[in-house]
Ligand binder design. Sequence first.
Ligand SMILES: [Zn+2]
Length: 487
Amino acid sequence: MPLATEVRTQYEIVIGLEVHVQLLTESKVFCGCSTRFGDPPNTHTCPVCLGLPGALPALNREAVTMAMKAAMALNCSLNSSSRFARKNYFYPDLPKGYQISQFDQPLAENGWLEIAAGGGRKRIGVTRVHLEEDAGKSLHEGFPDSDRNSYIDLNRSGVPLIEIVTEPDLRSPEEAHEFLTQLKTLMLYLEVSDCNMEEGSLRCDANASVRRAGATCFGTKTEVKNLNSFRFLQRALAYETERQMKLLESGGEVTQETRLWDSREQRTYGMRSKEFAHDYRYFPEPDLLPLAIGESWKEEIRRMLPELPQAREERFLRQYALPKQDAQLLVLSRDVAGYFEEVAKLSGEPKLSANWILNDLTFLLQESGRTFTESPAPAGMAELISLMARKTISGKMAKEILEEMVRTGRRPGEVMAENGLAQIDDPEKIRAVAGEIIRAHPKQVEQYRSGKTATLGWFVGQLMKATRGQANPQLVQDVLKEELIRR
Ligand SMILES: [Zn+2]
């Protein structure tokens, strides 16, 4: 039984996230092995990432660069000195018996990311961003003897990650979803990660608690894991916070524990506490020097930052006078935003460009299983937009042409020539069709003449239908107006 709304509104939800983002470096963080995904197991390994005795780690400068970009874009202060630490625990996919991470001196701290919330915007605090290595992967399924044996793939061992920890500033599962969306957009803009959740390059755990509205101290929190899609994150948090409210309503108490989301059953369940009662015995990594970041390095990275999504959205509103919603949707992807700018500049029609890119083009690409990078060239798209803006072609024709453009990669002019989609620009041809329609519909003609000028739209529709959308729309209007009065 779901909780009654009046009960639910007596509680406030408090959520904090821990997000792991895999960095897009070509080689691993402490050795030269490739980070490529999907290759046969254990083909990208060496003494360092296998944890063999005597092997020494050497820090990958590119991983630090990417981590710095991410931290700066999240408005964090970068520490001039940060330190790597060993996080000790035993697990078969962790060959060294410890993970190199950062603990008391992280790379960066005290940042924020702005999200849309309650019709306005809200800053979510970012506690810290630190650099660490990934573990390998245990394979429990897919082998003939999987009922008895598990296997380990160490290709992922030593792949660079950043961990981003937020303050407990999120107040609903929707806000958590929005935060993750904005974070993903930001990382894609920075080109520091592909944020592919299915391949594990974006992973998220959540801390959730509830408290009586108006209370100043936090309730007992649970940690929810296994959130491997944005949808699951939102559903799991909705389930978990409601579970806690019901528990408190019935006089019970929330136990601090780790809970796993079961997407099949749509519920969270507690792990036995023994399994996560870690004492990591952190201590400084003796094989790596502290990471020193001077002002000039910071400045160098700052200059490398691209225009970030929010700045771009504000510029789109100013420069192109787009509707807010269009600007928000366009900047979600750096590719889409860049494509829009090219088309808008070439066609001189920003609003029409935004509209067609977000609607018809997106739909056609999705329908044919193509990605955005397979869009028609911006010049061709701009040509189509210009033809429409000049009313050389109707919207209906534009749709047909765009479909061909997406399918074949041809330009609008070629598509029109080949398919006989050329515009009917001859007023006499249009006049002939108009005459037939007017003769066949005396009642509508009477309505028009008696002052119901809106009937003109109906006649335009009839004429466009009769010419399969090929008549020049402006000419159609002009001719119809003349003919309706004349007869
Ligand atoms: Zn290696």
